[in-house]
Write a protein that binds this ligand. Structure first.
Ligand code: 13P
Ligand code: SF4
Length: 346
C-alpha cells in the first residue's frame, strides 16, 4: 500500500543568472582561484550539474566532480582544511555536518534546491509526528533540520537498495521530499511508502510526447533518465539512475547515442566518459509548454568563477556554511548511516 499526500506546491522565485564574464576575466579568475586554493589549503568539491568551466577547474586543481553521495564522501575524507562546495546549499550543509572542523565555503549561500525549499522543517516534523510507526527516510536534497528529524538520509544512487533493505526488515516508510523518486523506489521495491509531495523543477519539466518523437527521430539512441523525472519519462528509459549511474550507463550501453533526461551540466563528464558517442538533451519544451529551467538547474548555475574567487578571498559571512552543533549532532546520525550503508554495498 502506498499513498501520496497532496501538499500545495509553492512557487519559487528564480535566481538571477550570474553576469557573463569575458574570456580575459575568466582567465583572470581561474588563475586567482588556483593560487587561493593553495594559499588557503582548500579543495573544490563540485557537482556534475555545475557549469563545465567549474568542473574543469575542480579536476585541474585536484578536487572532485561527483554526485551528491560521492561529494559527501570526498569532502569528509580529503585532508584540506577548507572545502569549496560548488553545488547547492544542502551539499554545503552536508559537508559541514560531516566535517565540522573544516571551513566550508560556497560561492553563494542562495543556491537553493526546490526539493529542499518544498519541505519546510516544521511541516515535515508534524507530518512525521502523525505517523510515528514509520521509519523516516529523507533524500539528501533537504535542510540540516529535516535531516535531523530523519532516521536515514539517502541519495538516488542507493535509494532502491536502502528501501529494499528496510522493507525486508518489515519497516513502513515515510519518504521525502521527491514524489517521483518516491514512486520509482516504491515500484522497484514494493515497500509501504508514504510520500511527501515535492518535485525538482528541472526534472519535472521533461515532456513525454516530445521525448517519444525524439526517440522516433533517433531510433538508435538509448534514453537515460534520472529518477527525479515524472513516471511517464521513467517508463521510456533504457537506464534509470543517479548522475554517476547515468554516466556509467552511457559508457556501457552499446548504443552510439544517448538522449539524456537530467541536467545538461552532466554532459561535461558524460562526454569525457564516452567521447565517441552523441549526447542529446531530452526535450523540456513542447506539448504546448515552454521550459523555465530548460534542463539546467538555476541554482547550480549560480556557481560562477567570480563568486568562487570571492568565497576563497575570505568574505566569510557571505560564503561560510554554519550549522549549530546541536543540529549537526542530530543530522550527522542519519548521514553516517547512509555512508555506512553505501560502504556495505561495495
Ligand atoms: P545525484 O545524487 O544523482 O547527484 O542528484 C542530486 C541532484 O540534485 C539531482 O537533481
Ligand atoms: Fe534541486 Fe533539481 Fe537543482 Fe537537483 S536539479 S539541485 S534536485 S532543483
Amino acid at each position: 500500500m502506498s499513498e501520496f499526500i497532496d501538499f500545495n506546491q509553492s512557487i519559487y522565485p528564480f535566481p538571477a543568472k550570474p553576469a557573463l564574464l569575458s574570456s580575459d576575466e575568466k582567465a583572470f579568475y581561474r588563475e586567482r582561484i588556483k593560487s587561493l586554493l593553495i594559499e588557503k589549503n582548500a579543495v573544490i568539491v563540485a557537482h556534475y550539474y555545475t557549469d563545465p568551466e567549474i568542473q574543469a577547474l575542480a579536476e585541474e586543481t585536484g578536487g572532485c566532480v561527483a554526485d551528491s553521495l560521492e561529494m559527501a564522501r570526498f569532502g569528509s575524507l580529503h585532508p584540506a582544511s577548507t572545502l569549496l562546495v560548488a553545488g547547492v546549499r544542502f551539499m554545503g550543509e552536508t559537508a559541514k555536518i560531516l566535517s565540522p572542523e573544516k571551513n566550508v565555503l560556497m560561492p553563494t549561500l542562495d543556491a537553493q534546491c526546490s526539493l529542499d525549499l518544498g519541505c519546510p522543517e516544521d511541516e515535515f516534523a508534524r507530518f512525521c509526528d502523525e505517523h510515528p510507526d514509520r521509519t523516516v527516510v529523507v533524500y539528501a536534497n533537504t535542510s540540516a533540520a529535516v535531516k535531523a528529524r530523519a532516521d536515514w538520509v539517502v541519495t538516488s544512487s542507493i535509494a532502491v537498495e536502502l528501501i529494499d533493505h528496510l522493507d525486508s526488515l518489515g519497516e513502513k516508510i515515510i519518504w521525502a521530499p521527491d514524489r517521483h523518486l518516491g514512486r520509482y523506489v516504491q515500484q522497484q521495491t514494493g515497500a509501504d511508502i508514504l510520500c511527501w509531495d515535492g518535485a525538482c523543477i528541472v526534472h519535472d519539466e521533461f515532456k513525454t510526447q516530445s521525448l517519444e518523437k525524439m526517440k522516433a527521430l533517433y531510433p538508435e539512441a538509448a534514453v537515460l533518465v534520472h529518477p527525479e523525472s515524472p513516471q511517464a519519462i521513467v517508463e521510456l528509459a533504457d537506464a534509470v539512475g543517479s548522475t554517476s549511474q547515468l554516466i556509467k550507463a552511457a559508457q556501457t550501453l552499446p548504443n552510439p547515442s544517448m538522449i539524456v533526461a537530467t541536467d545538461k551540466g552532466i554532459f561535461y563528464k558524460m562526454q569525457q566518459a564516452c567521447p565517441d558517442k552523441s549526447l542529446y538533451i531530452a526535450p523540456t519544451a513542447g506539448e504546448g509548454a515552454t521550459c523555465r529551467t530548460c534542463a539546467h538547474c538555476p541554482w547550480m548555475a549560480m556557481n560562477g568563477l567570480k563568486a568562487i574567487a570571492e568565497a576563497l578571498e575570505g568574505r566569510e559571512q557571505q560564503h561560510q556554511i554554519q550549522v549549530s552543533e546541536q543540529l549537526r549532532q542530530k543530522a550527522m546520525l542519519p548521514l553516517n548511516k547512509m555512508l555506512d550503508f553505501a560502504m556495505s554495498l561495495k
